[in-house]
Write a protein that binds this ligand. Sequence first.
Ligand code: NAD
Ligand code: ISE
Length: 338
Amino acid sequence: MTLRVGVIGAGMIGQEHTRRLTTVVTGAEVVAITDLTADRAERIAAETGARAYASGAEVIAGPDVDAVLVTSWGPTHAEYVLAAIAAGKPVFCEKPLATAAADCLRILEAEIAHGGRLVQIGFMRRYDAGYRRLKELVDADGIGTPLMVHCAHRNPTVPVSYTSEMAMLDTAIHEVDVLRWLLGEEIVSAQVLTPRPTGRRFEHLQDPQIMLFATSGGVRIDVEVFVNCQYGYDIRCEIVGETGAARLPDPARPAVRHDGRESTAIVSDWRDRFGDAFDTEIQAWVDAAAAGTATGPTAWDGYAATAVGDATVEALKTQEIVAVDLEARPAFYPGAQQ
Ligand code: NAD
Ligand code: ISE
């Protein structure tokens, strides 16, 4: 069976995933596309051999649409995910699942009422080969019980529309998810330190930020978010355990010896850094959706990340340590993160 996909939001990542569904993964075709900017939807639809629709609701209702991929702006995600569940269609939702925890909870309720998984969240780091090796090592007790995690999430620059809250909600949300998965524990509190701001930022932005998290088991995590670092896209993670430490490998790039120096290229953006992970993630989604279900990061994971995000934004505003307000996990969502 070829999974017929409807895409809502044909911006940067919507176009990336459309290309991926069309030319990289197997078993899928894009049959419907919509975007607030109608011209954009029409252009991408024409390039893809899909039909352009006027709204996300029409895409979800499309009789030839088997599954839905949501890549519009974050605040619109909840509405489309809920509509897809109501239509009984598997849905891949880019992060965040929703911008308000209350909307995430409505999605959990709807999926539970449906009686089986339909929702997969776009936390692609779980499909990255380096993070997978780290998880295998931690699960096999290769460094003993984890005690501390040191992370950095650096982007070269961000546009003027990027706000201080987005350092958590748009950027560090990836660390929150991947560390919950790596450690198999929930994050229970957040604090934000605000170092001297870089001169190479838009004036309104607090950049860099250092986020400090504690997990239910007492692991302490520090995440440096620095989104105007200038030099490249740099993702770091080191887990320190009772008997050893393990560091996320950098993407394999040749070490070039030239003109009396040795150098290795640093990747420039998330597409370059996580391209392989996105391919694996979308293939996994297509395979599960073709069977009428979903795999990987769950709606619960989306909810937990949004709840940690809310606490972190409050911590940034108040400069206090803020407890994460998380409901009890429904039995529908298995205990250990997959
Ligand atoms: P973007 O602004 O380039 O694209 C978003 C598109 O959605 C725009 O074309 C906009 O017109 C359209 N849109 C907005 N509301 C809509 C609606 N109601 N109906 C139809 N179209 C609508 O943004 P982007 O960078 O592609 O980000 C999109 C989403 O993907 C965000 O949630 C973002 O956080 C996420 N994202 C994830 C990653 C990742 O690493 N996993 C990377 C980039 C973006
Ligand atoms: C972007 O939306 C992403 O998800 C990238 O992975 C992240 O590095 C970047 O900071 C975000 O803006």
